[in-house]
Design a protein around this ligand. Structure first.
Ligand code: ZN
Length: 252
């Protein structure tokens, strides 16, 4: 039976779904403002045009929908056969006609939304596996998608900025990014601060850390490797030119 509204009644999950849906609508708006010719233009990601971003977001919705089908049926359906297959798919998608590319985004987003909506409440706790090999409950797919649509809307280079991303999404992004650095050990001697939100991440045990600080949106933009406007830096590595902001460690 096809439901008309979400099957889950978990308020936290419903709030997360709303955030992902708003992010998808935001991405759609930034995409729809672009003319077909403008799709050929550069995105903020090196080597990727806006076409690549759009194809990636479309195929990402399909991949996440496969995880929801897995959670619903118990039949293992991975996100992608491999990272090589995923990358090849994006390169192919980037060559589609503008109308096909726009349909890919629209249809995949609607399909994912239906899969989420119809997933029974208890199936949300079923475990699935991400492309990185992490075992997660199906609930995690909502964040996985939210992160993609909000951040890549900025990457479309069509006027969206990190300041357009809701604070709860930015805070979780920053926790994800600094967590990835910590796992890799690339945050040695680096502390990240958002004073107006009382947030501190990174190598807080260092006696002489390099401290990068600023408003939430600016700090996340820097941490995600998208620029360093609006952040300041002190400590080792910043003396050469007063306040030089070091590049953030790689995240993905
Ligand atoms: Zn992505």
């Amino acid at each position: 039976m096809v439901a008309r509204q979400d099957q889950t009644t978990d308020p936290e999950l419903l709030a997360a779904l709303l955030q992902a849906r708003r992010g998808t609508a935001f991405f759609a708006r930034k995409l729809n403002e672009l003319s077909d010719t403008e799709l050929d233009g550069d995105s903020l990601l090196p080597g990727w045009t806006r076409r690549h971003i759009t194809a990636h977001i479309g195929y990402n919705a399909r991949a996440i929908a496969r995880l929801i089908e897995w959670a619903a049926t118990g039949v293992e359906t991975p996100m992608y056969a491999s990272t090589a297959v995923r990358d090849h798919e994006i390169d192919f998608g980037a060559t589609l006609s503008p109308i096909a590319l726009r349909h890919l985004f629209d249809h995949s987003a609607v399909h994912l939304n239906v899969e989420w909506r119809d997933l029974p409440g208890d199936a949300w706790h079923h475990k699935v596996r991400t492309i990185q090999g992490r075992e997660v409950p199906a609930t995690e797919t909502v964040w996985m998608r939210s992160r993609e649509v909000w951040m890549h809307a900025v990457d479309l280079a069509n006027g969206a900025s990190f300041a357009d991303i809701p604070a709860p999404v930015l805070e979780r992004l920053l926790a994800d990014i600094t967590g990835a650095w910590h796992t890799r050990g690339t945050d040695k001697g680096l502390v990240v601060k958002v004073p107006d939100r009382d947030l501190t991440f990174g190598d807080t045990t260092s006696a002489t850390p390099t401290v990068v600080s600023g408003p939430l949106a600016a700090v996340v933009e820097w941490a995600a490797g998208r620029g360093n406007g609006g952040v300041t830096a002190t400590g080792p590595g910043t003396e050469a030119k007063d306040g030089t902001v070091p590049a953030a460690p790689k995240w993905i």
